[in-house]
Design a protein around this ligand. Structure first.
Ligand SMILES: [Zn+2]
Ligand SMILES: [Zn+2]
Length: 914
């Protein structure tokens, strides 16, 4: 029987079932529009930031997916053409490292295997393990279109990568050049500035004397002292720089120095960049191993001498130090300088050392031949797109962060010395030494026709391919008119939901590449595309970070990582989603607390129990749920006998309407916490605590059974739809059980209409009336608790009012009596003096506390008073004791003061009551 709900709410069972159902039924697939042009229906589409193929779902993902999924389900239920595209990133460095480790553990290396065999191995790995995170997403019910899943190394996406490279090259926007890059000697590749993490290190500043050479080519006996944190790099020094106005060194202008250990003559140069205050005011210049020195070298036309190999061992340019690892070389260099009396001093020095984000190896700034994107024209468009308002950021402050970065951006080094990734489509000729860049695999040199060509061994930076995703997932560059339906319908995407950590890595690059490449794609009507229509997304929503309950960042080293899958197993996906949503206000980090999840599991349970009750009554009364002609309407129906609509039905529909208005507005503005709060309050208090309780009384009276139940079920059905985006599984389960007549209903609540505010449903009169009833019942309950009376004991009392409230209260006398267990008289007069009284502007409620209770209560109160008086005297004595005050910590004294104030307030209350 569909209505026979199991007693206990067991999220695991229902969630597994519906997660499978949604995928099987392809409920969230959005096929390519057939007519080739955009339909009239508004579309809402987003790209899932592709997780690394090596990844497991972490709390950050779960949070991001919860926010996205709430939005997507909401838009879908509003009847929009919704598309959410999933996929994974091939994650060059991460994946190569992982598979390499496996290979090493089997006693081999990637070099022994060779490039082709190793890549084959990576593909095998991906086949077996690469889908973890997406299966986790399936289980958590993410409403993505699984039919459109992509992988950044897929054939069609690789075509886009090659096209983008070749096109930029042809446009003169890709070049190859020597440049200082961050080199990871372990990963043996250049890494981006963004992939370098800086740590403070306690190191040293070595001061080294460089002898000055006289006119005769012999040492003059004078020397110039330079300071360095990396003495081994001196092997590659080509000059020493001083400030032109530094009077200490004026006499050395134009002179030469003898580079110690290498016995090389190097010039003294002058440059405004040199700081006179730092160290000795003289700096060694090593263009091949320092970015500032590289710039200096360029300005002064100096050679660059690279003294290290790919593994950061000294190479043949380092003289007798050849073969030493860089830190061993450092020790040797320092020892030799000392032996030669050239070490002027060693000072302790704290400096920021860059580490490879992947493997934590210290990064070596190093000159190497790399491929670059000339960023200028691309960044200009990307800046204009945001400045002109074609892309909006939420929270707004990120627009400034973005612009600031984009305005100071350098050329982008896109080559990586890895094997796993998109290999650069450039072939070097060993005859004419020129390079051929080609869309097709080249077999001959384009310049001299020689067949002695070899493809570049480098691959492209992973972000080069993921930066193209907004155009490539919709078919670019293959966008002849007949293949352009997806592009026409879905580009630009509506929104990007992502974290701050990839704002520059990914968001900025998608904007640059999206604007650049889509500009050539005409609009559906063949008109040229404007910048406004060439942006990859119209809006970027940057979500917060999930931290632990103590607001600490989660990290493996701290051991405070919360695994979302574990929490989901314990409490269910819905409760975890609701926790995250309830704390997600834009710009505020989340302190994830399991106690809250436990609370929201109880919330789900409460709804479950309400459903059980309703379903039981449904069976018993034989009433099928009322199915309105359209789910978009939710007006309460009149009772067929009395033709009136019961007041509590008018009230709950009116409240539901208000709730719908607030939730719609909240989701629209990414105020997930507001939406969660409104939904929670509605279900917990209004629906379960009041409405169902009122309904129970109505059915005890046994009037209006049919119409009443139909309204109750219709309200519940509407409320389930309202809750669906936040708690998809629970609502699907209950909604499916409620819907007996499948023929007139959508197949899932996920594709049913979302309740919208409708003015005609608002019923202020009903809200006022039930409001008065709630106030009276709540007050009577409070008075009873305060008097510590048995809840089962019927109390007598009276309600005094000279307003319309009196008549309302009178009408609900029976409900008040049953809900609060008080029997009231109703009097249109002023209240007498009484101890058990509560007042509002509209009425006064007086309860008669029985004599026996009064005596018992008096005795208890007197006892409490005695104790309080003692406590107060105690506190006063302590606070008057000078010796104690002098010794006690301020915090202790403050606590005593607070306690005293509290005792005094309690005493006043007891005195009043007595
Ligand atoms: Zn590394
Ligand atoms: Zn050639």
């Amino acid at each position: 029987m569909p209505h026979d709900l199991p007693k206990a709410y067991d999220p695991t069972a229902i969630e597994d079932h519906w997660a499978g159902y949604w995928v099987r039924e392809k409920l969230f697939s959005q096929p390519t529009p057939k007519d080739g042009g955009p339909e009239s229906r508004p579309s809402f589409d987003i790209l899932l930031p592709p997780p690394n193929v090596t990844g497991n779902l972490h709390m950050g993902h779960m949070f991001e997916h919860t926010e996205s999924d709430i939005l997507m389900r909401w838009h879908r239920m509003r009847g929009e053409r919704v598309l959410w595209i999933p996929g994974t990133d091939h994650a060059g460095i991460a994946t190569q490292m992982l598979v390499e480790r496996q290979v090493v553990s089997e006693g081999s290396t990637r070099q022994q295997m060779g490039r082709d065999a190793f890549i084959k191995r990576v593909w095998e790995w991906r086949e077996h393990y690469g889908g973890t995170i997406l299966s986790q997403m399936k289980r958590l019910g993410a409403s993505v279109d699984w039919g459109r899943e992509y992988f950044t190394m897929d054939e069609r996406l690789s075509v886009a990568v090659r096209e983008a490279f070749v096109k930029l090259y042809e446009q003169g926007l890709i070049y190859r050049g020597a440049y200082i890059v961050n080199w990871c000697p372990r990963c043996q590749t250049a890494i981006s500035d963004l992939e370098v993490v800086y740590d403070e290190h306690k190191g040293h500043l070595w001061e080294i004397r460089y002898p000055v050479i006289g006119e005769d080519g012999k040492d003059t006996g004078e020397s110039l002292t330079v300071a360095t944190t990396r003495p081994e790099t001196m092997l590659g020094d080509v000059a020493v720089a001083i400030h032109p106005d530094d009077e200490r060194y004026t006499h050395l202008h134009g002179k030469k120095l003898r580079l110690p250990l290498m016995d090389r003559e190097i010039p003294i140069i002058t440059d405004d960049w040199v700081s006179r205050e730092f160290g000795t005011g003289a700096v060694k210049v090593t263009p091949a191993h320092d970015p500032n020195d590289f710039a200096l070298g360029q300005r002064h036309n100096l050679p660059s001498i690279d003294v290290m190999d790919d593994t950061a061992h000294i190479n043949e340019q380092g003289g007798k130090y050849k073969g030493f690892e860089r830190f061993v070389a450092r020790k040797e260099v320092v020892a030799d300088l000392e032996a030669q009396g050239l070490l002027a001093g060693i000072k302790d020095h704290v400096n920021n050392v860059g580490h490879c984000d992947r493997c934590k190896t210290i990064v070596e700034p190093r000159l190497s031949l790399q491929w670059f994107v000339k960023i200028q024209p691309l960044s200009d468009k990307a800046i204009a797109a945001v400045k002109e308002g074609h892309i909006k950021f939420t929270p707004e402050m990120y627009a400034k962060t973005y612009l600031n970065w984009m305005e100071n951006i350098h050329d982008w080094c896109i080559s990586r010395q890895l094997w796993w990734g998109h290999r650069i489509p450039a072939w070097h000729c060993s005859v004419c030494h020129k390079t051929t860049v080609s869309r097709e695999d080249a077999t001959k040199c384009a310049h001299c026709g020689s067949e002695k060509i070899e493809q570049s061994t480098d691959v492209l930076d992973t972000w080069f391919s993921s930066g193209l995703l907004p155009v490539s997932v919709f078919g670019w560059p293959n966008i002849a008119v007949e293949n352009r339906a997806d592009f026409d319908a879905f580009y630009p995407t509506s929104l990007l939901v992502t974290g701050f950590d990839i704002l520059f890595f990914w968001v900025a690059r998608m904007i640059m590449m999206g604007c650049w490449f889509s500009l050539d794609v005409p609009m559906a009507d063949e008109s040229p595309r404007s910048l406004a229509e060439s942006v990859p997304f119209r809006e970027v929503y940057i979500h917060a970070l999930v931290r632990d309950a103590n607001r600490e960042k989660m990290s493996k080293t701290k051991g405070n990582v919360i695994d979302p899958i574990e929490i989901v197993k314990q409490y269910g996906t819905d409760a975890v989603r609701f926790t995250l949503a309830s704390m997600a206000s834009p710009g505020t980090d989340i302190a994830f607390n399991v106690a809250r999840t436990e609370g929201y599991r109880a919330f789900a349970n409460k709804i479950w129990n309400a459903a059980r009750f309703l379903f039981l009554k449904m069976e018993w009364s034989g009433v099928e749920p009322w199915v309105p002609d359209s789910l978009e309407q939710f007006l309460p129906q009149p009772d067929p006998e009395t033709l009136g609509v019961p007041i509590e039905d008018r009230w709950i529909f009116s409240r539901l309407n208000a709730c719908a208005e607030q939730v719609n507005r909240a989701i629209e503005n990414y105020r997930y916490h507001d939406a969660a709060q409104v939904l929670w309050a509605f279900f917990w208090h209004e629906f379960c605590d009041w409405y169902i309780e009122l309904k129970k009384l109505r059915f005890q009276e046994n009037s209006g059974l049919n119409a009443g139940w139909r309204n109750t079920l219709a309200a519940f059905e509407t409320a389930l739809r309202l809750l669906h985006p936040a708690m998809p599984f629970l609502t699907e389960e209950l909604w499916q059980r409620l819907a007996t007549d499948r023929s007139t209903r959508p197949v899932s609540v996920a594709v049913a209409p979302y309740p919208q505010y409708r003015q005609e449903v608002t019923d202020y009169e009903a809200e006022r009336e039930i409001g008065i009833l709630q106030e009276i019942v709540t007050m009577a309950r409070t008075l009873r608790t305060e008097s510590k009376l048995d809840p089962k004991q019927l109390l007598e009392g009276a309600l005094y009012s000279r307003t319309a409230a009196l008549e309302v209260a009178q009408r609900h006398a029976s409900a008040i009596q049953k809900l609060a267990n008080v029997k009231l008289d109703f009097k249109a007069e002023a209240p007498p003096k009484a101890s058990a009284i509560r007042s509002t502007a509209q009425f006064d409620l007086v309860l008669q506390v029985p004599k026996t209770q009064e005596d018992a209560q008096r005795k208890r109160l007197e006892k409490e008073k005695e104790q309080l008086v003692k406590n107060i005297a105690n506190s006063n004595r302590q606070l008057g004791d000078e010796a104690f005050l002098a010794k006690a910590p301020a915090k202790v004294v403050e606590t005593i003061r607070l306690k005293l104030a509290d005792y005094e307030a309690q005493l006043r209350k007891i005195d009043d009551a007595l």
